[in-house]
Design a protein around this ligand. Structure first.
Ligand code: AMP
Length: 273
């Protein structure tokens, strides 16, 4: 990968990059098309598939995270991906590995609070991937809003010469955000998973008439989620989309994010209200 990337650099070929954990779906492929548009037909589009152990907590789903490399290859080929980069754990974290990249501010709340070592793993692996692929543009999904904000901050803070693009969330017809983890849902959980999107919609409608106290909306969303038998709320947050600072008063333009367990499966979603 490094040899290819250095060759492209020397030849002035633009490189677009989409890092993923595989088990690809139409959300990932929309990022591939976005990258292609940005680098053009003469550019190179690289997708990485790596289920990064350092971003999983000890009790999380690392071992059973879904994998289907044959299907991923097919989707990448159809989408016109030039290079599929699938490194191994031994290559990414050789024996004695001891260096990590930590963003210290935006990583504290929400996903960072629920999954304490998660973003340290994300920023570390994305730094490594940036150094291997040498992309001009890297495309991330708005579905992982906090992750995208942290990657943008890290890229600025560490002077990576990469343009970070955040592309819109691709959804199922009923509004559920596409996710590799949707595969874990039982039929009843899948049915109830629309509660995430409905909660975002509820908040959006609530603020359409004017600003609302965050505590009131938290209460309403909590009650709504409690009506779904398989659902358990992990968190709901209202915040400034640029700074991620929590909002006490929620209005149009405030960002809302939530994490909900459906059985053992934890799903996240977010939207600008
Ligand atoms: P993952 O494989 O879940 O780590 O995701 C890899 C990239 O795809 C991340 O930048 C995600 O934000 C993005 N992504 C995941 N799901 C979606 C979706 N439904 N729509 C758009 N992008 C997505």
């Amino acid at each position: 990968m490094k040899r290819l990337a250095s060759g492209w650099k020397v030849s002035g070929i633009a490189v677009g990059f989409v890092p993923t954990m595989g088990y690809l779906h139409a959300g990932h492929i929309s990022l591939v098309h976005n990258a292609r548009q940005r680098v053009g037909s003469k550019g190179q589009v690289v997708v990485s598939i790596y289920v990064n152990p350092t971003q999983f907590g000890p009790t999380e789903d690392l071992a059973k995270y879904p994998r289907d490399l044959a299907h991923d290859k097919k989707l990448c080929r159809e989408a016109g991906v030039d290079v599929l980069f699938v490194p191994s754990n031994a290559q990414m974290y050789p024996e004695g590995y001891s260096t990590y990249v930590i963003e210290e501010h935006l990583s504290q709340a929400m996903e960072g609070a629920s999954r304490p070592t998660h973003f340290r793993g994300v920023t570390t692996v994305v730094s490594k991937l940036f150094n291997l692929v040498l992309p001009d543009v890297a495309v991330f999904g708005a579905k992982d809003f906090q992750q995208a904000a942290i990657i943008q901050r890290m890229t600025r803070d560490l002077n990576f010469p990469v343009k970070v693009v955040v592309a819109p969330t691709v959804r199922e017809p009923d509004g559920l955000a596409l996710s590799s983890r949707n595969k874990y849902l039982s039929p009843i959980q899948r049915e109830q998973a629309v509660i995430l999107r409905q909660s975002l919609q509820h908040a959006r409608n609530a603020v359409a008439g004017g600003p609302v106290q965050a505590t009131r909306l938290l209460d309403e969303v909590g009650k709504r989620i409690a009506t779904a038998s398989e659902a358990r709320l992990d968190y709901v947050e209202f915040f400034n989309p640029k700074t991620l600072e929590p909002a006490t008063v929620v209005k149009r333009g405030t960002q809302m994010a939530l994490a909900v367990f459906l059985g053992k499966t934890r799903l996240i979603d977010n939207a600008t209200l």
